[in-house]
Structures are given as C-alpha cells and as structure tokens.
Design a protein around this ligand. Structure first.
Ligand SMILES: [Zn+2]
Length: 264
C-alpha cells in the first residue's frame, strides 16, 4: 500500500481506481495535488510500447498525423527558428517538419536500432540515451524541448522536469503531452473498472505502464516545484471533428501543455 504521494509527499491518499483482471492493481488519488499515483508494488510493465519505424515521408500514416498535429500546435507559439530536442522522438515524425521549417533539430531515443533507422532514413542527429540518465556532456542548451507520452511512465516526475530544465535556455519552451485524468473518458474508465465491468480483457499477468497520471491541477503543481510556468494548456483527441469542441470544453482524453522555463 502506498503511504505518500510521489509528487507532493502528502499522505492524503484515496484508493481511486482498481486496474487489472483481478482489480488488485491500485491507483491512489492525492487529495493535496490531485496526482493519480499507481502503487508500484503492484508491478509496472514498460515493455508493451515497442514501436515499428514509420518514415515521416509517409504523411498519410496515422502515427505521422499525430506528429503533424503536435508540430502544428507547437509552431504557432514559436518565434524565429532555433534549436529543438525531441526526447523519445520515435521515428522522427516531429523532427522532420521542424527541420523543414528551419529548426536545428536533434532527437533522443532509448534504442540504438531506432536511432539508426532515423539516421539512415533522414540523416538526422539522434542521441541514444535514457534521458533521466543523460548528463549532457557538451552542456548543450535548446530553445525547445519536447516530451510526448513519456511523463506518465516515470515514477519521478520532478526529476523529469528538472532534467528538461537543464536542457533549456532561460525562457525556453517545453511541449509535453500526456493523458488527462480530468477527461470524460478517464471518468468513465474509472467508474467501469471500479465496478469490475472493464477488467476481463486483461491477462492475469498484465501490468500497467502509467504510474503518475496528471490533470491540469497536478501538472501545475509539478511546474511550480520545478521552475516552470504554464503558457498554454489544451486537451485533444485523435478525432479532428471533436477538437473544436475540446478547445472550448477541455475534457478530452489527452493533454498538450506548452511550458516556459522561468529565469533563475
Ligand atoms: Zn500529491
């Protein structure tokens, strides 16, 4: 059983959602910062997310459509082209349009194989590293850092933001994307799982990959603790027709946040 919130340290935790086939994989919601904390003692599995290479030249592919949406959002908030690092850059689907727009881009990937695929296909620079362990040997600083669908997988959210801060110039921007616990779909999912109505699809040994789940409030708390301020918050889905609605009522299942590193 979890004794304190991994983000704020509060012991004000409520058993919030019971996951898995036997409903014995527990998420606790923090009454102070609102983070959903998965109890890591129940076991985490990050091996279910391996992806195949999709060249950015295949612009009709769904994967690239998602990347192009991220870039379309990001570019409207950027000034003159500068330097950009995409952590967990996948197949380079965001680096590609950013470079086309004049940005000096670099990716970071865990896998040597993925990095090689990108280098060969696109002649892009890719650092092979776990970013929480990356020590930035040349002291590089970027104008923009991107981290999409990674934050929720990391137990130490503050370390992740501190690492991003170390890679940014003062006033630099970071784009983060992650699921939104304040969404309609999360509310329904929680309701169903707590009643055992959506759990039979899981294998006995299935374990989640998400350990820290955010909404705007808990994310803001994280920013305050790590020297950032929120510039833009938007929720989105993969259905373009629905996104006009979600611009007005921010209850979509995924969130996109542009944050600014405060000068020290
Ligand atoms: Zn908390």
């Amino acid at each position: 059983m979890l004794s304190e919130c991994r983000l704020c340290g509060s012991d004000d935790l409520t058993l919030w959602m019971r996951e898995g086939r036997n409903r014995d994989l527990n998420y606790y919601r923090c009454g102070n910062c609102t983070l959903w904390n998965y109890d890591l003692d129940c076991g985490l599995d990050q091996t279910q997310y391996t992806e195949t290479y999709v060249s950015p030249s295949d612009t009709g592919h769904r994967y690239n459509q998602d990347n192009l949406r991220s870039w379309a959002f990001l570019k409207q908030h950027l000034g003159e082209p500068g330097t950009l690092l995409d952590i967990g850059c996948g197949s380079g689907g965001l680096l590609h349009p950013a470079r086309e727009a004049g940005w000096q881009v670099r990716g970071m990937e865990l896998s040597e194989q993925t990095a090689n695929n990108i280098r060969e296909d696109q002649d892009l620079e890719v650092i092979v590293s776990n970013f929480l362990e990356y020590d930035n040997p040349n002291g590089d600083r970027y104008d923009v850092v991107v981290l999409r669908h990674v934050l929720e997988h990391l137990p130490d959210s503050k370390l992740a933001m501190t690492k991003i801060g170390g890679l940014l110039v003062d006033g630099g921007l970071a784009l983060l994307e992650f699921p939104n616990t304040a969404s309609v779909s999360y509310g329904i999912k929680r309701h169903l799982k707590n009643r055992g109505l959506k759990n039979k699809k899981y294998a006995q040994d299935w374990r989640p990959g998400h350990c820290n789940e955010f909404c705007r409030e808990s994310f803001n708390y994280l920013l305050e603790q790590t020297g950032f301020e929120l510039a833009v918050w938007q929720t989105y889905s993969n259905k373009d027709f629905a996104n006009a609605f979600y611009r007005v009522v921010p209850v979509a299942s995924k969130a996109r946040a542009l944050v600014r590193k405060k000068p020290r």
